[in-house]
Design a protein. Structure first.
Ligand SMILES: Cc1cc2nc3c(=O)[nH]c(=O)nc-3n(C[C@H](O)[C@H](O)[C@H](O)COP(=O)(O)O)c2cc1C
Length: 377
């Protein structure tokens, strides 16, 4: 396993869907960052299962318990560490999957790689449940970035096989009204109409014992220009690296992304104009990144989420112990669509990638305040 991410900030995520707890350690967090645990819990609740008609019925508190790294409500420079207990696990739902792997899930490759020593219950370490730990660490990173005026917002850009689309995030400037709408609608969309239609699409798939996928768009506003380290630690590399760690993510694109391949240079280039604070692009096809380095425009990216693999419809599989073909109808509690719950996960992943780049570029004093009367000490 390599469930570790980051250069200056080292995130490690551990646990399985049905182990006593999951958790994270985050090494390299600057001291002096205030952490509002109530706001963190509200952020965790946006991802937590069992809160919406379109989510799995598994019910979890998803309350991070900090074991280290916090003193009097701020980071203290020691590794930040938290666990999140798993309460509502029903492991007997999964016994069959060691023998008969789910098409589209990690059961078969995990059995081969770990020589049948893997934990299959609830998807083990491959479960979407591990994104609760990612959100706990990322929720702290989001607060740290906000203290520097960097805001990260995500929403469902499109959903379903005949894509239902939301209006795009503002690609040029932070628009708090969009963030408010995303928080208020039934699903995290800017348009309430799109949210209604997406919800109907998910419930229809669930009724047919099927599932649907979609695309999440995420934007980071207020990133300073000049952050990122090409060739392999550019902002695109870092965001893609962490985003592909989110289970069910099958594609990542930045700015105009794949559609840029169909444009002419004259259409795709972002022209510059001189402003009071220097040169800045006047459009944002680049998604705020050129040469792997931020150009001062918002960082805009999208991730494609596949339809949930565990579906109750009968599918063709194999019985690995008997060495014969076998059919499988997946039992247990599953999300008919992962996309809504993965929206805060995209924000958390983006925050961790950007905070890592900022700390690497600017050092430990990139974040946090000094408790010393004389900062020079
Ligand atoms: C928030 C979240 C919830 C998920 N819930 C489920 C689920 O209920 N059932 C399921 O089969 N997969 C679920 N997944 C996806 C699987 O964990 C994932 O598809 C599987 O591990 C295989 O990995 P891959 O799709 O990245 O290749 C979820 C993913 C996320 C991010």
């Amino acid at each position: 396993m390599a469930s570790v991410f980051g250069n200056a900030l080292k995130l490690s995520i551990f646990g399985q869907s049905h182990s006593p707890a999951i958790g994270f350690t985050l090494d390299g967090v600057p001291a002096g960052i205030p952490v509002d645990t109530e706001r963190l819990q509200a952020f965790m609740d946006r991802r937590a299962p069992g809160r919406a008609r379109t989510s799995t019925a598994r019910r979890e508190a998803d309350a991070p318990e900090f074991l280290g790294g916090l003193t009097d409500g701020h980071t203290n420079g020691a590794p930040l560490a938290a666990i999140i207990r798993n309460g509502d696990a029903r492991s007997h739902d999964y016994d069959e999957l060691r023998r008969i792997p789910r098409p589209g899930h990690a059961d078969l490759p995990a059995r081969i790689k770990y020589r049948n020593n893997h934990d299959v219950a609830g998807g083990g370490h491959f479960s979407g449940r591990l994104t609760a730990a990612l959100c706990a660490a990322g929720g702290v990173a989001l607060q740290a970035l906000e203290s520097r005026g960097i805001h990260i917002v995500a929403h469902i850009a499109s959903l379903g096989p005949k894509p239902i689309t939301d209006m795009p995030l503002d690609a040029m400037a932070y628009n708090p009204a969009q963030a408010t709408l995303i928080g208020a609608n039934k699903l995290p969309c800017i348009s309430s109409d799109a949210a209604e239609r997406m919800q109907a699409c998910i419930l229809d798939a669930a009724e047919k014992l099927d599932s649907v996928g979609g695309v999440i768009e995420c934007a980071a506003y207020g990133m300073p220009a000049g952050i990122g380290d090409p060739m392999f630690d550019g902002i695109e590399n870092r965001i893609a690296h962490i985003a592909f760690g989110i289970p069910a993510v099958k594609g990542v694109e930045f700015g105009t992304g794949f559609a840029a391949a169909r444009l002419r240079g004259s259409e795709n280039n972002d022209p510059y104009r001189m402003g009071s604070d220097g040169a800045h692009p006047v459009s944002n096809h680049a998604g705020g990144i050129l040469g792997g380095i931020t150009d001062g425009a918002p960082v805009v990216w999208r991730m494609a989420i596949k339809p949930t693999p565990s579906i109750a419809q009968s599918q063709r599989s194999v019985d690995l112990d008997a060495g014969i073909d076998a059919d499988l109808s997946v039992r247990g509690r599953h999300d008919p669509c992962i996309v809504a719950r993965a929206v805060p996960v995209a924000e958390a992943a983006c925050a961790l990638a950007l905070m890592d780049a900022l700390v690497e570029d600017e050092g430990q004093r990139a974040f946090g305040t000094s408790a010393e009367p004389y900062d020079a000490l």
